[in-house]
Design a protein around this ligand. Sequence first.
Ligand SMILES: [Zn+2]
Length: 226
Amino acid sequence: MERIICVGINIPTSERAVELAEKYPNIYASAGIHPNDCAEAEIPDNWEKILSDMLAHPKVVAVGETGLDYYWDDAPPSKQKKFLQAHLDLAQSFDLPVVIHNRDADQDVLTQLISHPHAKGVMHCWSAPWEIARPLIEKGFHISFTGSVTFKKNLLVQEVARQMPLDRLLLETDSPFLTPTPYRNIKPNEPKYIPVIAEFIANLRGITVDDLAQATTRNADILFQL
Ligand SMILES: [Zn+2]
């Protein structure tokens, strides 16, 4: 692992990610408002302007997290969809990729991303079956796996990791949870466990860890223009 993209989930954490990116040469940032955070009282009316100022920063390489989350009841779907649309439009105007969060919202996420003319980016913490992955890959999206791919019962996700094109595959931490097997009970999850995920997916695909690592680094370089 050579470089890290630190992901914001609201305005304060996005600002914190930018601060880290300014301090460390090998850290980059993303800025966005997570679907679970979009109904918070502290989101100011001018949040798009605030995000835009951050997105103009040379070390901010993505917009997000954004997306849809129907697992938690933190924000109504209509509001989440509005925020997702606004993030997709911001990403288009800054020519940046989006980091998409999807939890229990497969069909709605798919519909909204496919219908946006210029949506590109990464489906983070992939959790859906192949029939959802395929159209997103055709649209140009990358798919990113966390430690959850290593969990024994996660066969649908493993199937996607096995058969998707290698040049769209990414790895991520997604702290504090989802530490890969056999470290599953350790919290917080940390970037140091990424090689464990790499080894698992390399085994699934029948390739060497080196080949997988080279591919995922190159994929991130291209997608985020590092
Ligand atoms: Zn997420």
